[in-house]
Design a protein around this ligand. Sequence first.
Ligand SMILES: [Zn+2]
Length: 56
Amino acid sequence: MAERKTRRKSVKKPCPDCQVGQVSESFQVGGRRKRVSDDRQEALCLTCLGTGEATD
Ligand SMILES: [Zn+2]
């Protein structure tokens, strides 16, 4: 039998990198000086693309 495992297309796992699809990260300003600002910005999580769910 060459049948594969049942496709589980709606398995939803929480994203390991965020909770809500966004990550709070410090951003660098100043170019060459690479000064890190105290401000943090909410950035779209690139792991889950903002869904908050891990993707394969
Ligand atoms: Zn995420």
